[in-house]
Design a protein. Sequence first.
Length: 350
Amino acid sequence: MAAPIARFNVGDANNNNNDLKTKAMQDEEAAARVQKMRIAIGCLVAYFVVGAIAFMVVFEQFTFTDAFYFLMVTLTTVGYGDGFYPTTQGGRLFTSFFVLFGISIVAVALVEVANYMIEEREALIKKTQAEVIKNAGDDAKNGRAATVPGAEDPDAPMAKLKAFLAANPVIEVLFKLGSFVCIAGGIFAAIEGWDFVDGMYFTVITGTTVGYGDVTPHTGVGKWCCFFFLPFAVIFTSTQLSALANVLLGKSEDAKLKSLLAVDLSIEALLNMDTDGDGEITEFEFIKFMMTSAGMADGETLDALHKRFTEMDADGSGALTKEDILLILKEKEEAEAALAAASEESKVEK
Protein backbone atom coordinates (compact mmCIF):
# COMPACT_ATOMS: atom_id res chain seq x y z
CA MET A 1 0.00 0.00 0.00
CA ALA A 2 1.41 3.36 -0.96
CA ALA A 3 1.95 5.97 1.71
CA PRO A 4 -0.57 8.79 1.88
CA ILE A 5 0.48 12.02 0.17
CA ALA A 6 -0.02 14.11 3.26
CA ARG A 7 -0.35 13.63 6.99
CA PHE A 8 -2.32 16.26 8.86
CA ASN A 9 0.10 17.00 11.66
CA VAL A 10 -0.88 20.22 13.42
CA GLY A 11 2.13 22.38 14.04
CA ASP A 12 4.45 20.94 11.42
CA ALA A 13 6.16 24.21 10.75
CA ASN A 14 8.74 22.76 8.40
CA ASN A 15 6.22 21.85 5.69
CA ASN A 16 5.12 25.50 5.47
CA ASN A 17 1.47 24.43 5.10
CA ASN A 18 2.20 22.88 1.71
CA ASP A 19 1.05 19.35 2.57
CA LEU A 20 -1.75 19.34 0.04
CA LYS A 21 -0.77 22.14 -2.34
CA THR A 22 2.17 22.33 -4.63
CA LYS A 23 4.08 25.57 -5.03
CA ALA A 24 2.63 25.98 -8.51
CA MET A 25 -0.92 25.68 -7.19
CA GLN A 26 -0.24 28.25 -4.48
CA ASP A 27 1.28 30.66 -6.99
CA GLU A 28 -1.71 30.18 -9.27
CA GLU A 29 -4.16 30.88 -6.45
CA ALA A 30 -2.18 33.94 -5.37
CA ALA A 31 -2.19 35.27 -8.93
CA ALA A 32 -5.94 34.67 -9.17
CA ARG A 33 -6.50 36.58 -5.91
CA VAL A 34 -4.43 39.50 -7.13
CA GLN A 35 -6.32 39.53 -10.44
CA LYS A 36 -9.67 39.54 -8.64
CA MET A 37 -8.41 42.34 -6.42
CA ARG A 38 -7.45 44.42 -9.44
CA ILE A 39 -10.86 43.87 -11.05
CA ALA A 40 -12.60 44.78 -7.79
CA ILE A 41 -10.60 48.00 -7.41
CA GLY A 42 -11.28 48.78 -11.08
CA CYS A 43 -15.04 48.37 -10.46
CA LEU A 44 -14.90 50.69 -7.46
CA VAL A 45 -12.96 53.33 -9.39
CA ALA A 46 -15.35 53.04 -12.35
CA TYR A 47 -18.35 53.44 -10.03
CA PHE A 48 -17.07 56.73 -8.65
CA VAL A 49 -15.71 58.09 -11.95
CA VAL A 50 -18.89 57.36 -13.94
CA GLY A 51 -21.11 58.55 -11.10
CA ALA A 52 -19.13 61.75 -10.59
CA ILE A 53 -19.29 62.65 -14.29
CA ALA A 54 -23.02 61.89 -14.41
CA PHE A 55 -23.95 63.94 -11.36
CA MET A 56 -21.45 66.77 -11.81
CA VAL A 57 -21.68 67.35 -15.56
CA VAL A 58 -24.29 65.36 -17.48
CA PHE A 59 -27.48 65.28 -15.40
CA GLU A 60 -26.95 67.36 -12.25
CA GLN A 61 -24.70 70.18 -11.09
CA PHE A 62 -23.27 68.70 -7.92
CA THR A 63 -19.93 69.96 -6.67
CA PHE A 64 -17.00 67.55 -6.56
CA THR A 65 -17.41 67.06 -2.80
CA ASP A 66 -21.20 66.68 -2.95
CA ALA A 67 -20.99 64.20 -5.84
CA PHE A 68 -18.64 61.85 -4.00
CA TYR A 69 -20.59 62.27 -0.76
CA PHE A 70 -23.83 61.38 -2.59
CA LEU A 71 -22.21 58.37 -4.30
CA MET A 72 -20.94 56.93 -1.01
CA VAL A 73 -24.30 57.50 0.71
CA THR A 74 -25.91 55.66 -2.22
CA LEU A 75 -23.36 52.83 -2.28
CA THR A 76 -23.76 52.05 1.43
CA THR A 77 -27.58 52.32 1.06
CA VAL A 78 -27.70 54.78 3.99
CA GLY A 79 -29.70 57.24 1.86
CA TYR A 80 -29.93 60.27 4.15
CA GLY A 81 -32.25 62.22 1.83
CA ASP A 82 -30.64 65.44 3.00
CA GLY A 83 -31.02 67.35 -0.24
CA PHE A 84 -28.54 65.39 -2.34
CA TYR A 85 -30.59 63.46 -4.85
CA PRO A 86 -31.28 63.75 -8.60
CA THR A 87 -33.79 66.47 -9.53
CA THR A 88 -33.92 66.09 -13.33
CA GLN A 89 -35.80 63.37 -15.15
CA GLY A 90 -32.61 62.27 -16.91
CA GLY A 91 -30.79 62.15 -13.59
CA ARG A 92 -33.50 60.06 -11.98
CA LEU A 93 -33.60 57.64 -14.93
CA PHE A 94 -29.81 57.28 -14.84
CA THR A 95 -29.85 56.83 -11.05
CA SER A 96 -32.43 54.06 -11.33
CA PHE A 97 -30.17 51.98 -13.58
CA PHE A 98 -27.03 53.10 -11.74
CA VAL A 99 -28.40 51.92 -8.40
CA LEU A 100 -29.66 48.58 -9.76
CA PHE A 101 -26.59 47.57 -11.72
CA GLY A 102 -23.79 49.78 -10.38
CA ILE A 103 -24.30 48.94 -6.73
CA SER A 104 -24.73 45.21 -7.40
CA ILE A 105 -21.41 45.13 -9.27
CA VAL A 106 -19.66 47.21 -6.64
CA ALA A 107 -21.10 45.01 -3.87
CA VAL A 108 -19.43 41.99 -5.48
CA ALA A 109 -16.22 44.01 -5.76
CA LEU A 110 -16.36 44.92 -2.08
CA VAL A 111 -16.82 41.24 -1.18
CA GLU A 112 -13.71 40.39 -3.20
CA VAL A 113 -11.74 43.13 -1.43
CA ALA A 114 -12.95 41.86 1.96
CA ASN A 115 -12.08 38.25 1.07
CA TYR A 116 -8.60 39.33 -0.06
CA MET A 117 -8.00 41.14 3.23
CA ILE A 118 -9.27 38.15 5.22
CA GLU A 119 -7.04 35.72 3.29
CA GLU A 120 -4.01 37.95 3.79
CA ARG A 121 -4.77 38.17 7.52
CA GLU A 122 -5.14 34.38 7.77
CA ALA A 123 -1.83 33.92 5.94
CA LEU A 124 -0.17 36.27 8.43
CA ILE A 125 -1.70 34.37 11.36
CA LYS A 126 -0.45 31.04 9.97
CA LYS A 127 3.03 32.50 9.52
CA THR A 128 3.01 33.79 13.10
CA GLN A 129 1.81 30.40 14.39
CA ALA A 130 4.60 28.65 12.52
CA GLU A 131 7.15 31.03 14.08
CA VAL A 132 5.71 30.46 17.55
CA ILE A 133 5.87 26.67 17.11
CA LYS A 134 9.43 26.86 15.79
CA ASN A 135 10.51 29.11 18.67
CA ALA A 136 8.84 26.78 21.16
CA GLY A 137 10.76 23.84 19.72
CA ASP A 138 14.05 25.75 19.84
CA ASP A 139 13.37 26.87 23.41
CA ALA A 140 12.56 23.32 24.49
CA LYS A 141 15.80 22.01 22.99
CA ASN A 142 17.82 24.70 24.72
CA GLY A 143 16.03 24.40 28.06
CA ARG A 144 14.46 27.88 27.85
CA ALA A 145 10.91 28.88 28.69
CA ALA A 146 8.69 29.14 25.65
CA THR A 147 8.44 32.65 24.20
CA VAL A 148 5.54 34.07 22.20
CA PRO A 149 6.24 37.05 19.91
CA GLY A 150 4.30 40.13 20.98
CA ALA A 151 2.87 38.45 24.08
CA GLU A 152 1.55 40.83 26.74
CA ASP A 153 2.16 40.73 30.46
CA PRO A 154 -0.95 38.93 31.79
CA ASP A 155 -0.93 41.25 34.84
CA ALA A 156 -0.98 44.42 32.71
CA PRO A 157 -4.27 46.41 32.86
CA MET A 158 -4.87 46.09 29.10
CA ALA A 159 -4.25 42.35 29.20
CA LYS A 160 -6.68 41.97 32.10
CA LEU A 161 -9.29 44.00 30.20
CA LYS A 162 -8.88 41.81 27.10
CA ALA A 163 -9.18 38.65 29.20
CA PHE A 164 -12.33 39.97 30.88
CA LEU A 165 -13.95 40.91 27.57
CA ALA A 166 -13.01 37.56 26.03
CA ALA A 167 -14.73 35.80 28.92
CA ASN A 168 -17.85 37.99 28.55
CA PRO A 169 -18.68 38.22 24.82
CA VAL A 170 -21.88 40.26 25.30
CA ILE A 171 -20.02 42.90 27.29
CA GLU A 172 -17.22 42.81 24.70
CA VAL A 173 -19.61 43.61 21.83
CA LEU A 174 -21.37 46.33 23.82
CA PHE A 175 -18.01 47.80 24.81
CA LYS A 176 -16.83 47.91 21.19
CA LEU A 177 -20.10 49.44 19.96
CA GLY A 178 -20.18 51.96 22.80
CA SER A 179 -16.58 53.01 22.20
CA PHE A 180 -17.20 53.31 18.46
CA VAL A 181 -20.34 55.43 18.91
CA CYS A 182 -18.73 57.75 21.47
CA ILE A 183 -15.48 58.28 19.57
CA ALA A 184 -17.03 58.71 16.11
CA GLY A 185 -19.90 60.76 17.49
CA GLY A 186 -17.48 63.04 19.32
CA ILE A 187 -15.40 63.59 16.17
CA PHE A 188 -18.41 64.50 14.01
CA ALA A 189 -19.85 66.67 16.77
CA ALA A 190 -16.59 68.63 16.89
CA ILE A 191 -16.38 68.98 13.09
CA GLU A 192 -20.01 69.99 12.54
CA GLY A 193 -20.56 71.88 15.79
CA TRP A 194 -23.27 69.46 16.94
CA ASP A 195 -24.24 68.49 20.44
CA PHE A 196 -22.46 65.29 21.57
CA VAL A 197 -25.77 63.43 21.71
CA ASP A 198 -26.47 64.41 18.09
CA GLY A 199 -23.05 63.07 17.13
CA MET A 200 -23.78 59.73 18.79
CA TYR A 201 -27.25 59.65 17.23
CA PHE A 202 -25.79 60.31 13.77
CA THR A 203 -23.24 57.51 14.23
CA VAL A 204 -25.87 54.93 15.20
CA ILE A 205 -28.34 55.95 12.46
CA THR A 206 -25.52 55.82 9.91
CA GLY A 207 -23.98 52.53 11.03
CA THR A 208 -27.35 50.77 10.97
CA THR A 209 -28.09 52.29 7.51
CA VAL A 210 -31.39 53.69 8.81
CA GLY A 211 -30.37 57.15 7.53
CA TYR A 212 -33.23 59.43 8.57
CA GLY A 213 -31.42 62.47 7.21
CA ASP A 214 -32.34 64.82 10.06
CA VAL A 215 -28.74 65.06 11.28
CA THR A 216 -26.18 65.05 8.44
CA PRO A 217 -22.85 66.77 7.75
CA HIS A 218 -23.00 70.13 6.01
CA THR A 219 -19.34 71.17 5.96
CA GLY A 220 -16.89 70.07 3.29
CA VAL A 221 -14.64 68.47 5.90
CA GLY A 222 -17.59 66.64 7.43
CA LYS A 223 -18.72 65.27 4.06
CA TRP A 224 -15.25 63.94 3.20
CA CYS A 225 -14.95 62.41 6.66
CA CYS A 226 -18.35 60.83 6.04
CA PHE A 227 -17.13 59.52 2.66
CA PHE A 228 -14.43 57.43 4.35
CA PHE A 229 -16.44 56.80 7.52
CA LEU A 230 -19.59 55.35 5.92
CA PRO A 231 -18.26 52.00 4.62
CA PHE A 232 -16.33 51.39 7.85
CA ALA A 233 -19.34 52.31 10.03
CA VAL A 234 -21.76 50.08 8.14
CA ILE A 235 -19.41 47.07 8.08
CA PHE A 236 -18.30 47.45 11.70
CA THR A 237 -21.83 47.92 13.07
CA SER A 238 -23.29 45.00 11.12
CA THR A 239 -20.38 42.76 12.18
CA GLN A 240 -20.79 43.60 15.86
CA LEU A 241 -24.58 43.22 15.80
CA SER A 242 -24.18 39.86 14.06
CA ALA A 243 -21.68 38.77 16.72
CA LEU A 244 -24.10 39.87 19.46
CA ALA A 245 -26.95 37.91 17.85
CA ASN A 246 -24.75 34.80 17.60
CA VAL A 247 -23.84 35.06 21.28
CA LEU A 248 -27.44 35.57 22.38
CA LEU A 249 -28.61 32.67 20.20
CA GLY A 250 -25.78 30.44 21.39
CA LYS A 251 -24.13 30.33 17.97
CA SER A 252 -20.76 31.75 18.95
CA GLU A 253 -17.62 29.68 18.49
CA ASP A 254 -17.27 29.24 22.25
CA ALA A 255 -20.88 28.10 22.52
CA LYS A 256 -20.38 25.60 19.69
CA LEU A 257 -17.27 24.23 21.38
CA LYS A 258 -19.06 23.92 24.72
CA SER A 259 -22.02 22.15 23.10
CA LEU A 260 -19.62 19.79 21.34
CA LEU A 261 -17.83 18.94 24.57
CA ALA A 262 -21.18 18.51 26.33
CA VAL A 263 -22.45 15.86 23.90
CA ASP A 264 -23.74 12.77 25.71
CA LEU A 265 -21.18 9.97 25.57
CA SER A 266 -23.07 7.37 27.57
CA ILE A 267 -23.04 3.69 26.60
CA GLU A 268 -26.34 4.13 24.77
CA ALA A 269 -24.98 7.11 22.86
CA LEU A 270 -21.83 5.23 21.92
CA LEU A 271 -23.92 2.35 20.60
CA ASN A 272 -25.98 4.80 18.54
CA MET A 273 -22.80 5.95 16.82
CA ASP A 274 -22.50 2.57 15.10
CA THR A 275 -24.84 3.52 12.25
CA ASP A 276 -23.86 0.61 9.96
CA GLY A 277 -24.31 -1.97 12.75
CA ASP A 278 -20.96 -3.70 12.26
CA GLY A 279 -20.10 -3.56 15.96
CA GLU A 280 -17.36 -0.95 15.45
CA ILE A 281 -17.35 2.84 15.69
CA THR A 282 -15.26 4.33 12.91
CA GLU A 283 -13.69 7.77 13.06
CA PHE A 284 -16.29 9.03 10.58
CA GLU A 285 -19.19 7.65 12.65
CA PHE A 286 -17.78 9.30 15.78
CA ILE A 287 -17.29 12.68 14.07
CA LYS A 288 -20.73 12.51 12.45
CA PHE A 289 -22.44 11.75 15.75
CA MET A 290 -20.59 14.52 17.60
CA MET A 291 -21.13 17.16 14.92
CA THR A 292 -24.83 16.42 14.41
CA SER A 293 -25.52 16.14 18.15
CA ALA A 294 -23.92 19.55 18.74
CA GLY A 295 -25.88 21.05 15.85
CA MET A 296 -22.70 21.98 13.97
CA ALA A 297 -23.49 19.98 10.82
CA ASP A 298 -26.26 17.90 9.31
CA GLY A 299 -25.94 14.17 8.70
CA GLU A 300 -26.82 14.35 4.99
CA THR A 301 -23.97 16.76 4.24
CA LEU A 302 -21.47 14.63 6.14
CA ASP A 303 -22.71 11.46 4.41
CA ALA A 304 -22.32 13.15 1.01
CA LEU A 305 -18.76 14.20 1.84
CA HIS A 306 -17.95 10.69 3.09
CA LYS A 307 -19.38 9.17 -0.10
CA ARG A 308 -17.29 11.52 -2.23
CA PHE A 309 -14.13 10.61 -0.29
CA THR A 310 -14.89 6.90 -0.66
CA GLU A 311 -15.27 7.33 -4.43
CA MET A 312 -11.89 9.04 -4.62
CA ASP A 313 -10.25 6.38 -2.42
CA ALA A 314 -9.92 3.89 -5.27
CA ASP A 315 -7.96 1.23 -3.35
CA GLY A 316 -10.14 1.47 -0.22
CA SER A 317 -7.17 2.18 2.02
CA GLY A 318 -8.94 4.91 3.98
CA ALA A 319 -6.49 7.54 2.74
CA LEU A 320 -5.97 9.35 -0.54
CA THR A 321 -2.70 7.96 -1.83
CA LYS A 322 -0.59 9.05 -4.77
CA GLU A 323 -2.03 6.20 -6.82
CA ASP A 324 -5.59 7.35 -6.04
CA ILE A 325 -4.87 10.88 -7.23
CA LEU A 326 -3.08 9.71 -10.38
CA LEU A 327 -6.07 7.49 -11.18
CA ILE A 328 -8.48 10.40 -10.66
CA LEU A 329 -6.40 12.62 -12.96
CA LYS A 330 -6.27 9.88 -15.58
CA GLU A 331 -10.04 9.39 -15.49
CA LYS A 332 -10.53 13.14 -15.76
CA GLU A 333 -8.25 13.36 -18.79
CA GLU A 334 -10.05 10.43 -20.44
CA ALA A 335 -13.43 12.04 -19.82
CA GLU A 336 -12.25 15.36 -21.26
CA ALA A 337 -10.78 13.58 -24.31
CA ALA A 338 -14.03 11.69 -24.88
CA LEU A 339 -16.01 14.91 -24.61
CA ALA A 340 -13.72 16.67 -27.06
CA ALA A 341 -13.96 13.75 -29.52
CA ALA A 342 -17.76 13.77 -29.29
CA SER A 343 -17.78 17.51 -29.93
CA GLU A 344 -15.57 17.16 -32.99
CA GLU A 345 -17.71 14.30 -34.30
CA SER A 346 -20.82 16.43 -33.88
CA LYS A 347 -19.22 19.27 -35.87
CA VAL A 348 -18.25 16.90 -38.70
CA GLU A 349 -21.79 15.52 -38.91
CA LYS A 350 -23.17 19.02 -39.22
